[in-house]
Design a protein around this ligand. Sequence first.
Ligand SMILES: Cc1ncc(C[n+]2csc(CCOP(=O)(O)OP(=O)(O)O)c2C)c(N)n1
Ligand SMILES: [Mg+2]
Length: 578
Amino acid sequence: MAKSAAEVIVETLVASGVKRIYGLPGDSLNGLTDAIRARSEIQWVHVRHEEVAAFAAGAEAHLTGDLVVCAGSCGPGNLHLINGLYDCHRSRVPVLAIAAQIPSAELGTGYFQETHPEILFKDCSYFCELVSDPENVPRILGIAMRTAITRRGVAVVVAPGDVLLGDCSGSVHAVSAIKLCDAGSVFHPCETDLETAAEILNAAGKVTILGGAGCAGVHAELMALAAHLKAPIVHALRGKEYLEYDNPYDVGMTGLLGFSSGYYAMMNCDTLLMLGTDFPYTQFFPEKAKIIQVDVRGEQIGRRTHVDLGLIGTVRDTVRALMPKLKKKKDTKHLDVSVKHYAEARKGLEELAVGEPGKTPIHPQYVAKLVDELASEDAVFTCDVGLPTVWAARYLRMNGRRSLIGSFVHGSMASALPQGIGAQAAYPGRQVIALAGDGGLAMSMGDLLTLRQMKLPVKIIVFNNSALGFVELEMKAAGFLDFGTNLVNPSFAEVGTAFCTATTTRTSTTTLRRPISPTCPIRGFSSATAGTPTSSPPAGTTSVSAATSTSTRSSPADTSRTSSTSGIHTTATTGPPG
Ligand SMILES: Cc1ncc(C[n+]2csc(CCOP(=O)(O)OP(=O)(O)O)c2C)c(N)n1
Ligand SMILES: [Mg+2]
């Protein structure tokens, strides 16, 4: 008996090692969901909003490096995927989206729910095609999957419901094993370019390295390089996971979320070596330094700052090929000054992360620091755009086993919960902690129910400052009066109790450490002492801790301000860090 195109899709995905499809069903998608239902090897992760499906797929792809799939029904169903798909695409994670379409016979007539995903998703994908013949499904699917995997981004297959249900005689072929790096391929610049790079670096006095996400998996090589060049290492936010730990050359971040040590290490160098980074802020690059940029994608080179030498290659292979050509530097002054500066900057940050017993509100820095201390060694952290990203960047320590995921390129609010869903679904045994903003959580709040339904024990820390805090800061910094940024919140603890199972609210530093101590929610999550659960937690439980953080209604110069919301009263004692 002939298979349906949907069955061929699902069998191909299974054969290719895809473990999960995140989505929400609908008429036009019935062929696919029914084919998934029949296969135990692939899990349907049922979300409440398709945007969450795309973010979750992206988080799983980030952690595993493997292709992950999300799906939406025709029209509004798949349209909801779009923001999450932008995030996946811009974060360069391999995600396949299956966008169901209205019946083929109705296309172009303005039919109920008609949209044109093959146009809509063009800008957030490397491949985006409508398949109009069930027999053509295997080829289009294969191209889409290979494109997503090799180019590391989004591919979209648009398929009308009748095409998904139509007969397909094509055989099933696994699509995998063509990952560029895993194939053992070596990709570095030509000998002449490597010689030129070595000449510049050998002649340089003060070298600084700026590393980004392209530094994944290259820790040992980069430590050897920095030791050789006596170079401080500044990281972009997406480089934090890969560069910050066991790194005596680490001088922190620069940029809008960074701090002075990263800034000065960049500004005071005479040669900047950019490795696998697309750090976007032009104003943070040195104007007079010589700049060498290494990137596997040539089109990235020189688009943020002037570049004296662009090298196309992977960071790993380029650094390996370059090392034998480099002279070992002796002068450690630039490195020493930068590292000392970093120690001072860190000290300043630590001084902000304190809690005074009985004092409310709780400094958000203190919450982030405690979370860092209490989280497990292989925790996955997700964080919302806005101030939670600042706290994550500054206070969560990476160690080579922990992971940090956020919407760091696309910059969308409300990714912490969705990405937590994807992380926890992919790694049920790992601790997943979402640092959510009160604005961010409210935006994706419906998917707290996904945690309940899918039994995903994600821990959510809500930084409840009753405000779109980061935007308030931006308004003040730009000389605007803050407007439209206050949030009238419910009790997040009650929301958590209603939506999930175990919740705790902490409004004072007196009790803060205890509830998220090793015996309580963060680690021993199902412990009876986990706050005040109003119903007994099932196997997979979820904690929503509402940390009432410093009100961002205060400008950095303010020292005392009071804000109140229904249920939670906060007295800000310090403003956010400058
Ligand atoms: C979808 C989306 N809408 C708006 C913005 C602009 N924006 C960036 S941060 C932010 C505030 C986030 O507020 P919250 O989640 O409460 O975090 P806070 O900064 O208060 O800690 C907003 C509105 C955005 N980045 N994404
Ligand atoms: Mg907020």
